[in-house]
Write a protein that binds this ligand. Structure first.
Ligand SMILES: [Zn+2]
Length: 247
C-alpha cells in the first residue's frame, strides 16, 4: 500500500515527459518536455551535451517547481547533419537571428539558412507554449569546446563590451555565474552574493537567445555552471525559483 501511495504522489507531481520531433536534412531531433504541475517557469536546455544542468534539474526537491524543455540531438553541443549529400554544422544557441545564422552555419548558403531560421522559430514556439512565465530561463554548462567564465565579461577580456554590470563575490568559482537582462535581477543576485553579469543593452548580435530576448524585451536569465558542478547549479536554480516566486 505504501508503495502505491508513493507512486500516486509521483504521478501527481511529475507527468511523463512528452517529445516533439523535428527534421533537418537527414537528422531527426526532439524537444523533450518534462512537466511539473504548478511550475513557476520552464527551463530551456539547447546544448544536448550539457548534462550537468540536467542532473541539477533532476536533483531539485519537489517543492522547487520548474518544468524543463530540452533539445535532444545525439548528446552533442553542435548540431551536425547532412542534406543533399552535404555536411552542415551550427550551434543551436546561435540561430535566433539572421546575423547569428550567417556566423554559425558552416558552410553558409541562403537556402539552408532559411530552413534553420524556421527550425529556430519552431523550437522557440515550442518553448513559449510550454513556459508559464514571461521570463526565459536558460541552463548551460561550460565545456572544454566552449570555455566561458564571468572573467570574460571584465576588461580587458573578450566580452567586456557585452556587459553593463558585473559582480564577482569572493566565494564563488568564476565558471558558475548568472547572466541577466534586468537591472532588478542583477541587484537581487548581487545582494545574494552571486556571480552575475548584466547584459549590455546593445549586445553583439551573435544569434544567441540572450540577445534575442534583449531585442524583444523578454526578461532573460542564464544559469551557467561548470561541468560537474551539479550541487552548485542546483542551488543556483533554487535562487532563481525564489526570485521568480517573489515577482
Ligand atoms: Zn550551452
Amino acid at each position: 500500500m505504501k508503495h502505491l501511495f508513493i507512486s500516486g504522489i509521483l504521478l501527481l507531481t511529475l507527468a511523463p515527459p512528452t517529445s516533439t520531433t523535428y527534421q533537418l536534412g537527414t537528422k531527426t531531433c526532439t524537444t523533450k518536455f518534462t512537466e511539473k504541475k504548478n511550475a513557476v517557469a520552464t527551463l530551456l536546455s539547447l546544448h544536448d551535451n550539457e548534462n550537468t544542468a540536467i542532473a541539477a534539474y533532476e536533483s531539485l526537491a519537489t517543492n522547487i517547481r520548474f518544468s524543463l524543455l530540452e533539445l535532444q540531438q545525439e548528446n552533442q553541443r553542435l548540431f551536425i547533419y547532412q542534406e543533399n549529400g552535404k555536411d552542415y554544422i551550427f550551434d543551436p544557441n546561435r540561430i535566433f537571428s539572421d546575423e547569428g545564422i550567417k556566423k554559425t552555419l558552416k558552410p553558409y548558403d541562403a537556402n539552408t539558412a532559411s530552413k534553420i531560421k524556421d527550425f529556430a522559430a519552431a523550437i522557440f514556439k515550442a518553448f513559449v507554449l510550454k513556459n508559464p512565465n514571461k521570463y526565459l530561463i536558460s541552463i548551460h554548462n561550460n565545456t572544454d569546446e566552449g570555455p566561458l567564465s564571468i572573467r570574460d565579461y571584465i576588461k580587458p577580456n573578450k566580452y567586456q563590451n557585452e556587459a553593463k554590470g558585473v559582480f564577482v563575490p569572493p566565494n564563488m568559482d568564476e565558471d558558475d555565474f548568472f547572466l541577466v537582462t534586468e537591472q532588478e535581477d542583477f541587484d537581487y543576485l548581487k545582494m545574494h552574493k552571486q556571480n552575475v553579469v548584466l547584459q549590455s543593452d546593445k549586445p553583439t548580435d551573435d544569434g544567441s537567445l540572450s540577445v534575442y530576448c534583449e531585442k524583444n524585451n523578454i526578461p532573460y536569465i542564464n544559469i551557467e555552471a561548470q561541468n560537474e558542478h551539479t550541487k552548485i547549479q542546483k542551488e543556483m536554480m533554487k535562487i532563481i525559483y525564489t526570485l521568480l516566486k517573489t515577482k
